[in-house]
Design a protein around this ligand. Structure first.
Ligand SMILES: [Fe+2]
Ligand SMILES: [Fe+2]
Length: 186
């Protein structure tokens, strides 16, 4: 995959603000990758792709999910969750990405899941703590990401689940499983 070509594609498919978010997530993911032992090219590629489907029409994402054997449970949750599954399909089918770890990092960047790889965690965490984000508690999340990947993932998934619970929004089962795995570990 030619990075320059992918960046041009992203500029076409995403509004400026979202494109800039993707660039910041990519830089953050590369830094986390160095810290936690993920090759920079893998972190870069997964992070560049992660929001590629963010501005697709929900009806198109629905069709992609239905036609590609994706988890149909997604369709009974908010369409905000669909772009991760659609992004994985686009990376694989349009751009020929074959690396399963990269595809999974795209696929699970919104929900997390139990049994995430280090790369999956790196992209999940980078998406939440990139320098453009600002919300109460973010400094603690950034500090945790300086130390240890599982501690950071635990803090990030707990933050995300709590955010949804406080707003009385349904939590996708993969996120609950991810949360349970991290709090039951120690
Ligand atoms: Fe996303
Ligand atoms: Fe994102």
């Amino acid at each position: 995959m030619d990075t320059a070509m992918l960046i041009m594609e992203l500029e076409k498919r995403l509004p400026r603000k979202r494109f800039e978010h993707v660039v910041r997530v990519t830089e953050t993911a590369k830094e986390l990758g160095v810290r936690f032992g993920v090759p920079a090219e893998k972190a870069e590629q997964a992070a560049l792709f992660h929001d590629i489907a963010k501005f697709m029409e929900p009806s198109d994402m629905r069709r992609m999910i239905e036609e590609n054997g994706e988890d149909s449970k997604l369709l009974s949750f908010h369409h905000e969750l669909w772009h991760a599954a659609a992004g994985r399909i686009i990376a694989e089918q349009e751009f020929g990405v074959k690396d399963t770890d990269i595809l999974n990092a795209i696929r699970y960047h919104t929900t997390g899941r139990a049994g995430m790889s280090v790369l999956e965690k790196v992209v999940y965490i980078a998406d939440l703590i990139e320098p453009g984000r600002s919300f109460p508690g973010i400094e603690e999340l950034r500090e945790s990401a300086q130390l240890q990947i599982d501690g950071a993932m635990k803090a990030c998934i707990a933050h995300s689940v709590l955010y949804l619970v406080e707003r009385r929004v349904a939590v996708f089962p993969d996120s609950i499983e991810c949360y349970n795995e991290h709090v039951q570990r120690d």
